[in-house]
Design a protein around this ligand. Structure first.
Ligand code: SF4
Length: 80
């Protein structure tokens, strides 16, 4: 089954909340004005947050990628 990795550079997030507006089940507004990617883990090497998801999560998160004004969300396909 094909999996995807959502990669979130939280450092660069400006808290526009556009992602939360289109994919509220994944992008949760946080107390510091930015968002958290629900269930994501922090990659110490890249300093980015990562979440592995299936096909069902992709359509809505591709919209989040498109609406983010500072392009801090990336989706990568993971080969299985
Ligand atoms: S749309 Fe981009 S900048 Fe705005 S809260 Fe989401 S990740 Fe951060």
């Amino acid at each position: 089954m094909v999996k995807y990795k959502i990669i979130f550079d939280r450092e660069g997030c400006i808290g526009a909340l556009a992602c939360a507006g289109v994919a509220e089940e994944y992008w949760i507004p946080a107390e510091d004005g930015k968002v958290d990617l629900k269930g994501a883990t922090f990659n110490e090497e890249t300093k980015k947050w990562e979440l592995i998801v299936g096909e069902e999560a992709i359509d809505v998160n591709k919209v989040a990628v498109d609406v983010c004004p500072v392009q801090v969300i990336i989706i990568e396909k993971i080969e299985d």
